[in-house]
Design a binder for this molecule. Structure first.
Ligand code: GDP
Length: 297
């Protein structure tokens, strides 16, 4: 397991204090440890580097070197800076779903947890926000995925669009919109098809659906354990289809959550929710404090 940052820094400062007063150089040494800790938590190298440079400026101006517990002091500065980076002006849990029926497009790679997350989000919107929700699977390549969403719908008591064989993704999306309007739904979730890797056909299809329904939110579902890959996926989806937010899944796993920091720093998009298990209620609003604590170990 990882040695946590506080312990690691205490070690550094113990060594340093034996040599007398701490200098700016000592703070630099400590921040090298911070950088290693960030990399171990799966933060990407350029993001870790920039972050440490920003923290250096803050730490130098403060009385870190005079503190009796300089290690903890640095950890606090780093923690606060992490929270700052992860916090945006938006409220992560508040989706733009006024003007019913509001379309929400769920995008991401196959296996990221997209269908499961669609169900979780539908349940949350229904139970916490009191919304009438309709779900539709646009995965014409995998009939099993369409059935999976229907089964989830039955489990959580959320309606799904009936499956009509032979339609393309745009036709299904438009039918969902019609049904959502006629049926008095507040929001409809479109679970788009995923691929194992990003390819042109997938992107084109998502773009066509986007142009057809003009989603209020386009939420990218990514596996939080995939670190740097998750960030690349987010950059690519954002460049091609434009995303409004991110949902990180598998945050119940062993990962240290560094993907969250890289994601925010690189794409500037808010992380809205995190998936914390396979069950339908294992979805929580993103909390910068929790992720910061986890990154620091
Ligand atoms: P999709 O191909 O992107 O639609 O992926 P699925 O929704 O079918 O999910 C793939 C697997 O990941 C399923 O076994 C899910 O139960 C599991 N899964 C999804 N989200 C989470 C999560 O937050 N935590 C854990 N542990 N498993 C998850």
């Amino acid at each position: 397991m990882f040695e946590n940052l506080s312990e690691r820094l205490s070690g550094v400062f113990d060594r340093l204090t034996r040599q007398g007063a701490l200098s700016e150089e000592d703070v630099k040494t400590a921040l090298r440890e911070v950088r290693v800790a960030l990399l171990e938590a799966d933060v990407s190298l350029p993001v870790a580097r920039d972050f440490v440079a920003a923290v250096q400026a803050k730490a130098t101006g403060q009385a870190v070197t005079k503190s009796v517990t300089p290690g903890q002091q640095v950890v606090k500065i780093v923690h606060d800076a992490l929270v700052d980076t992860l916090t945006g002006s938006e409220d992560p849990g508040a989706l733009k779903i006024d003007n019913p029926p509001a379309p929400i497009l769920m995008v991401g790679l196959q296996g990221s947890g997209k269908t499961t997350t669609t169900g979780k989000l539908a349940k949350r919107l229904k139970e916490r926000d009191g919304k009438r929700v309709l779900m539709a699977s646009l995965d014409i390549y995998r009939p099993a995925a369409m059935q999976q969403l229907q089964i989830l719908g039955q489990q959580i008591g959320v309606d799904t669009l009936p499956i009509v064989p032979g339609e393309n993704a745009v036709q299904i999306a438009k039918r969902a919109r019609t049904q959502a309007s006629l049926g008095g739904y507040d929001v409809y979730l479109l679970d788009t098809a995923g691929r194992l890797q990003i390819d042109q056909t997938l992107m084109q299809e998502v773009e066509d659906v986007r142009d057809a329904v003009k989603p209020r939110e386009t939420l990218l579902v990514v596996d939080g354990l995939t670190g740097q890959v998750a960030v690349e996926v987010a950059e690519e989806f954002d460049a091609k289809v434009g995303i409004s937010g991110v949902i990180l899944t598998r945050m119940d796993g062993d990962g240290r959550g560094g993907a969250a920091l890289s994601m925010r720093a690189v794409t500037g998009k808010p992380i809205r929710f995190v998936g914390l298990g396979e069950k339908m209620d294992a979805l929580e609003t993103f909390e910068p404090e929790r992720i910061a604590g986890r990154i620091l170990g």
